[in-house]
Design a protein around this ligand. Structure first.
Ligand code: UDX
Ligand code: UDX
Length: 441
């Protein structure tokens, strides 16, 4: 099949490369000329395991092209997929400006039967508006008679950054929302070669499935974080509690890791968009307000603990390990690492930060007065305290003996319980995780 993918961000590019690797002909379009030039030369502009190798392969096979010019590739398209960003506005609603402008542009150029697919995460009801925009663009271009040949399908993504390419090839399910059965079947066919159940449903249901899935996962995280806070007060270990409840098949073991809370491009945005949607429809989604509040409070609690334990951070050397919102990505959107680093900086700490992948992105948002080091150990050298905010595997490989010698203080505040099993208190550290108990040096 011929697929045009509009938007080459984490989702659009990974999905485009994925469909090309299934044998489809994919044309990726983006307004960012620099990004397209880079991709055309075979270079993935962000860090996402597996995507670079797969891109090289599908480029060699001639299965994928990159352009800023939609007109040049829309001609033979069976499916046009929209994967432009839908960031949150300041009030928490999804900003659909880019999506609608892409839809109108598609309409202004489309002159044949095609299925429009929305991959971007959008509020319930948006797919119908996207279809209207495409048809409006067609009518304005003098092709009103063709509008009935155009259909819309909602195809939400469930890719986790860091394992996005693997998730593309091994999805738990493919959710297809459509009014038109043939359009739904066309999109189902695009997924041939992937072994996953298909949930074919109404547009609105597909749109809601995406938000409901992310909101429930975020709820699990806020729930376990509240249990962690309670565990500290009663002397329990949240990791054992999580294991004990997670073995119940009705609950499941996933998304029960306590810490400084969730970040990233999806959870904060989607949970708040779903809460907003409730408000707009006259329904107060009480649970979600608490999920958001708990997540924000989790960072406050963590930060306050650092201030309390150290008696303030002004003028004191503090190391931060981990700036990406999770391991195996360079993405820092809504990252707890960057947030805590900013708070430390605002309180006058002398900061040294390190992340294996997210340094370039972080330089754009953290002040010049912060030291960016080339290794984790360099950041820790001379530090009174070390704050761990992303559970990168390489952090476990450092020599803790050397770390102890290099640091002038002994505090490690671990926002991901990454070192919780490493007996650090026995190695001379005052180690504190989340939900594990207090300083045990
Ligand atoms: C995607 C989805 O769009 C979002 O709805 C979902 O919730 C998460 O995943 P992501 O791929 O992470 O977002 O976005 P981003 O990395 O910001 O990429 C968006 C791309 O669209 C950028 O390359 C941008 O240049 C491009 N774009 C944006 C267009 O091509 N046209 C536009 O009008 C606007
Ligand atoms: C998420 C969804 O998982 C994916 O299906 C959707 O399409 C996009 O949003 P992503 O944001 O890439 O994926 O990462 P995810 O692994 O879900 O983690 C999100 C945040 O939750 C991270 O900050 C992570 O550190 C945090 N998290 C995750 C926890 O704090 N505890 C957990 O148990 C799991």
């Amino acid at each position: 099949m011929n697929l045009v993918m509009i938007g080459t961000g984490y989702v659009g590019l990974t999905t485009g490369v994925g469909f090309a690797s299934l044998g489809h002909n994919v044309a990726c379009v983006d307004v960012n000329a620099e990004k397209i030039a880079q991709l055309d030369m075979g270079k993935v502009p962000f860090y996402e395991p597996g995507v670079q190798d797969a891109l090289t392969m599908v480029q060699e096979q001639g299965k994928i092209v990159f352009t800023t010019d939609l007109k040049s590739v829309i001609g033979g398209a069976d499916i046009i997929m929209l994967a432009v960003g839908t960031p949150s506005t300041r009030t928490g609603e999804a900003n659909l400006e880019y999506l609608f402008s892409a839809a109108e542009q598609v309409g202004s150029l489309l002159d044949h039967e095609a299925v429009i697919v929305t991959k971007s995460t959008v509020p319930v009801g948006t797919n119908r508006l996207v279809l209207e925009k495409v048809r409006k663009g067609m009518s304005e271009a003098g092709r009103a008679e063709l509008t009935s040949l155009i259909n819309i399908v909602s195809l939400p993504e469930f890719l986790r950054e860091g394992t996005a390419f693997e998730d593309f090839h091994n999805p738990d399910r493919v959710v297809i929302g459509a009014d038109d059965e043939i359009a739904a079947q066309t999109v189902a066919k695009l997924h041939e070669g992937l072994d996953a159940p298909h949930v074919i449903t109404k547009l609105e249901s597909a749109e809601l499935i995406k938000y409901a899935a992310n909101a429930l996962l975020a709820t699990k995280i806020s729930f376990i974080n509240e249990i962690a806070n309670l565990a500290e007060r009663v002397g329990a270990d949240v990791r054992d509690v999580a294991e004990g409840i997670g073995l119940d098949k009705r609950i499941g073991p996933h998304f029960l890791r306590a810490g400084v809370g969730y970040g990233g491009s999806c959870f904060p945005k989607d949970v708040s968009a779903l809460a907003q949607l409730g408000g707009a429809k006259g329904y107060t989604f009480k649970l979600l307000s608490s999920v958001i509040e708990v997540n924000n409070r989790q960072r406050e609690i963590f930060f306050k603990r650092i201030l309390d334990e150290l008696g303030g951070v002004k003028g004191r050397r503090i190391a931060v390990w981990g700036l990406a919102f999770k391991p195996d990505t360079d993405d820092i959107r809504e990252s707890a690492g960057v947030d805590i680093a900013q708070r430390l900086h605002a309180h006058g700490a002398d900061l040294a930060v390190y992340d294996p992948q997210a340094m370039n992105n972080t330089r754009r948002v953290l002040s010049d007065h912060v030291e960016f080091t080339t290794t984790a150990m360099d950041a820790a050298r001379g530090a009174e305290a070390l704050i761990v905010l992303t559970e990168w595997p390489e952090f476990k490989e450092v020599s803790f003996e050397m770390l102890r010698e290099n640091m002038v203080g002994q505090h490690i505040f671990d926002g991901r319980n990454h070192f919780a099993d490493m007996d650090l208190h026995k190695r001379g550290f005052c180690y504190q995780g989340v939900g594990l108990g207090t300083c045990a040096s």
